[in-house]
Design a protein around this ligand. Structure first.
Ligand SMILES: [Zn+2]
Ligand SMILES: [Zn+2]
Length: 434
């Protein structure tokens, strides 16, 4: 609904509508916090890494069924789809991810994870250090509110439990399994992510591009190996690769419009075995982050030109020029639909107050939630930030980031805020309130 002119009675209707839902919802959430807190701690203590989320998915599916949802399991890996049909109205997708990371938890919490898992042939720790346990908890809490408050909205709620977010694969797996064909494309899609810098009790919104195209690019640099003491008999790929690393820094600083954002980071440089051997090959591993297709294309072009140009200048023949390997696939940039952000900000403000709804700056991290809005259906989507940090930790200035072995959210207040904001947003979207 596009309304440029809002009659007074509608506005009053919205204000009362917004407030009207609150006491009932507030009471239900308050009663549900002990259950959800226990659920959160269980999830935190039972992390399963990407593509191994079998038990987690089973538990979520059981919980959704108990709340009255129709649940499809093993949809794109261990993906689950929970549908709650409640009359004629829009279809809204709300996604949680389910996977943890292969790392040892160091929070020292009484409910810290003691789990281990097999990763790349080794036994390693497992931890929910990206807050996906909190995402699952607020998702389930919202599912329970929406089922309880069915008389307040009409439409179809589509809850997604997504596997393998950390490897950027899960959203693609579920969409390719036919998510929108089987269940219909939704009218809106929403999701949230824990923020390691926004205080618990608050939420953050960014408009437009908020997260980046995330690509891993390899450059194989060739040379001519020789004894370390006879450099004149070699074409040294270590030196060539070093020059490339420096030259790549000019892409962002010299080739792009200064108002366009991009990152070119060389995270690994591997080559050689001994002090006195000039190797014949060096590999560079890059992460490249951009927002738009145009900037991405320019960065790709410059990487290729620099790689070739530096190698040619070193005297390498045509058949020994470097190989730039672009990924077949990458996590696309997340775009928060501006109009939908406005609507969610209104809903959030109505339940937690203006001071607790903050503007969040865009970041160059990646999140495959973006894919739900990138199909031909052009579903408007928003991924918002859920504040998680206890006030005292904000004051201390010691703020471990996501994927840190020390990261953890404040539990009860974060759950309450996430469930309240998401439930009210869904109810307002279902009721087409502006
Ligand atoms: Zn993560
Ligand atoms: Zn995450």
């Amino acid at each position: 609904m596009k309304a440029y002119y809002i009659p007074g009675f509608l506005l009053i209707g919205f204000l009362f509508g917004g407030l009207r839902d609150l006491p009932e919802m507030e009471a239900f959430i308050k009663d549900d916090i002990p259950f959800l807190t226990a659920f959160y701690k269980e999830r935190h203590q039972s992390p399963e890494i990407s593509l191994k989320e079998e038990k987690t998915a089973g538990i979520l599916a059981d919980q959704l069924r108990a709340a009255g949802f129709e649940v499809t399991e093993n949809f794109g890996g261990y993906g689950i789809v929970g549908i709650l049909k409640n009359g004629k109205g829009p279809t809204i997708l709300y996604r949680t991810d389910m996977d943890a990371l292969p790392m040892v938890e160091k929070t020292g919490l009484p409910y810290a994870s003691q789990q281990t898992t097999q990763y790349e042939g080794k036994e390693v720790g497992a931890m929910h250090s990206c807050g996906h346990d909190m995402h699952m908890t607020t998702w389930l809490g919202t599912a329970r509110v929406m089922a309880k408050m069915k008389n307040r909205w009409k439409g179809t709620l589509m809850l997604i439990g997504q596997p393998a977010e950390e490897i950027g694969a899960g959203a693609k797996m579920m969409l390719e399994a036919g998510l929108y064909d089987k269940f219909g494309p939704p009218d809106y899609g929403i999701g949230l992510h824990c923020s390691p810098t926004i205080p618990s009790g608050k939420v953050g919104f960014g408009k437009g591009f908020t997260m980046a195209n995330t690509e891993s690019i390899d450059i194989k640099v060739f040379g001519q190996g020789a004894h370390g003491a006879t450099p004149h008999m070699a074409i040294d790929p270590v030196v060539i690769a070093s020059m490339m690393v420096m030259e790549l820094q000019t892409i962002v600083s010299r080739s792009l419009n200064p108002t366009d954002a991009a990152v070119v980071t060389v995270g690994a440089i591997n080559g050689g075995t001994r002090h006195n051997v000039i190797p014949s090959e060096v590999t560079l591993k890059l992460t490249v982050r951009t927002y738009t297709d145009e900037v991405q294309a320019t960065v790709h072009k410059r990487i290729e030109e620099i790689a070739k140009g530096v190698a040619m200048a070193a005297g390498l023949p045509e058949d020994k020029l470097p190989e730039v390997i672009f990924p077949k696939d990458f996590t696309p940039a997340n775009y928060n639909h501006p109009h939908l952000v406005d609507r969610l900000v209104k809903s959030a403000t109505s339940v937690i107050g203006k001071d607790n709804v903050v503007e969040a700056a865009p970041m160059m991290v990646g999140e495959d939630f973006s894919r739900y809005g990138k199909t031909k259906h052009q579903v408007p989507t928003v991924l918002y930030w859920l504040g998680t940090v206890p006030q005292e930790r904000i004051q201390s200035g010691n703020l471990p980031g996501l994927h840190s072995p020390y990261y953890f959210p404040e539990v009860a207040n974060t759950i309450k805020t996430g469930v309240k904001v998401t439930s009210q947003s869904l109810i307002d979207l279902f009721n087409q309130k502006m």
